[in-house]
Ligand binder design. Structure first.
Ligand code: ARG
Length: 409
């Protein structure tokens, strides 16, 4: 193969095909303008081109975390967060983005940030001013008055409310439009109460069916996927029936809702690691006592229900809620997913091809941008010294991370 425009050649000892679980041996990935232009046998690669030698490594696609909050400082929970501004949070996000990328997560879906701080962070990364993963951002999480994502910490005299609050089908449609106007790539709404919000009930639904349907239809009309924060069963089912693309957390999902998710092709994004942080370090980090009490009712059940859902064969994508806990530890959840019923390959698929498919993010030729190492995709990858299919934890600290064909330092 003689290909005049190749910018880089990446020699790979073991290249994991995440669709099949098979390794291809001694390959060369050819990179043009940050994307994969061909994958050839190592000895067929053009010479005299910048070379990245991963011939001793195992290589998987760059990992994807579908649920992060890069602008959130995990040491500023509860009332400590009240002194934060979106500008300060954007600056915090600079180091969080770098830590996340170095951990091998070359793409993230950022599910909620105040003041469009996530849009600014994404743009600074895309403009090459700072280092970080590719970001697909949700901007303001859409929620009901007093619900999860509203600011419920202060009494009414302070007249404080989150920018994402919207009630009724017309208001939720308008909020979707506003998010998109100012840069959102994806939409997030809260379908039930949450653990970390004051005065919300994880079992209580937020929004009726009509509101959810209006929100989701509006987003889909504009080509945006929708993620629903949902712990409680009714909210999970309602959001699936209304056509949501992914259920976040999914803690109290049952057999019937699992069936419904399979029928609709809905992805589950279950953050089965974060409970450990909340219960061990949450109090020090400012998490409210009522939230710690809620977490005690959610954490274990969520893991058991995750195991059920895995057995039932529901589509799963990888999301951790990093930002609630320390940025850069995104890979820790892989081993938890294996502990709770996945094979290592399934856990890797959740964080690569499945996440990339859920993102529905394609190049001009209709090829998947991320989550696979195939022609047309960004040349984003992670290299480890041992076989991750036998030692999943090796992915917690990759030896080499490559984004757009360039090693990350
Ligand atoms: N942001 C989520 C919430 O407040 C965190 C839930 C974390 N707990 C869990 N077991 N996944 O609801």
């Amino acid at each position: 193969v003689v290909c005049a425009q190749v910018d880089q050649v990446i020699q790979v000892g073991h290249l994991l095909d995440v669709r099949t679980g098979n390794y291809q041996k001694n390959k060369a990935i050819l990179v043009e303008e940050g994307r994969i232009s061909a994958i050839v046998d190592a000895d067929q690669a053009p010479k005299n081109v910048q070379l990245i030698d991963l011939s001793k490594h195992y290589v998987v696609p760059g990992l994807i975390d579908m649920h992060v909050h890069l602008t959130s400082d995990p040491q500023k929970h509860g009332y400590r967060g009240l002194v934060e501004t979106p500008t300060r949070e954007a600056i915090f996000g600079v180091s969080a983005a770098k830590a996340t990328l170095k951990a091998g997560f070359t793409t993230v879906r950022n599910l909620g940030a105040a003041g469009f701080a996530d849009v600014s962070l994404r743009d600074a990364i895309d403009d090459g001013e700072i280092q970080g993963p590719r970001m697909r951002v949700a901007a303001n999480t859409i929620c009901i008055t007093g619900g999860h994502c509203d600011n419920n910490l202060l009494p009414h005299i302070y007249n404080s409310r989150s920018a994402g609050v919207a009630n009724g089908p017309d208001e939720v449609r308008a909020k979707v439009r506003e998010n998109i106007k100012y840069g959102a790539d994806v939409i997030k709404f809260a379908a039930t109460g949450g653990v970390l919000s004051k005065n919300t009930d994880v079992n209580a639904s937020q929004y009726n069916f009509e509101e959810m349907k209006a929100l989701i239809d509006e987003a889909h009309d504009r080509g945006r996927i929708v993620a629903a924060h949902a712990h409680g069963l009714q909210g999970i089912k309602r959001a699936i029936a209304a056509g949501v693309d992914s259920i976040e957390h999914g803690s109290f999902i049952d057999d019937e809702a699992i069936k419904l998710a399979k029928k609709h092709g809905t992805y589950l994004v279950m953050d089965v690691y974060v409970s450990d942080f909340i219960l061990s370090e949450g109090e020090k980090a400012g998490i409210l006592p009522e939230s710690l009490a809620k977490e005690k009712k959610v954490g274990l059940l969520q893991r058991q229900n995750f195991e059920k859902a895995v057995k039932a064969g529901v589509k799963m994508a990888y999301g951790t809620d990093a930002g609630v806990y320390t940025h850069g530890l995104n890979g820790r959840q892989l081993a938890y997913m294996v502990q709770w019923g996945m094979t290592p390959l399934q856990a890797i698929q959740a964080a690569t091809v499945n996440a990339g498919t859920l993102l529905n993010w394609k190049n001009e030729q209709g090829q998947q941008n991320v989550g696979v190492l195939e022609v047309g995709a960004y040349a984003d990858l992670v290299a480890v010294p041992v076989d991750p299919l036998t030692q999943i934890k090796t992915l917690e600290q990759p030896a080499v991370v490559v984004k757009s064909g360039q090693p990350v330092f």
